[in-house]
Design a binder for this molecule. Sequence first.
Ligand SMILES: [Zn+2]
Length: 111
Amino acid sequence: MKIYCHCKHCTNKVFLANEAKSRYQLFLSWGNPFAIKCSYCGGQNQIEVNNVRAEATRQSIPIATTLSGGLIGVLAGPLGVIIGLIAGGASGGAISYNEKQDVNNFNNNYI
Ligand SMILES: [Zn+2]
């Protein structure tokens, strides 16, 4: 999950280097409002925590990720199959499902 806001000067999406899973966690670590410098135009922004939004890091559905992991394995041999399935399972499946919940929680809960 990534969290972002929009720069008030150039309106670009600015991703925040913060692992907060909720606006409240973000508030605890950065305060409200917090100051950030836009990485596109260099403009200074005062951002309200409630204007920060979250989005999922991965859009792919779990089964597609797992299949591609297996496919890497077919090309790389038996050991690759195992590594590929573990990598595919870890990057898809449960994690992306939880991530969607985290994203919804973040976007639906204001402070
Ligand atoms: Zn900007």
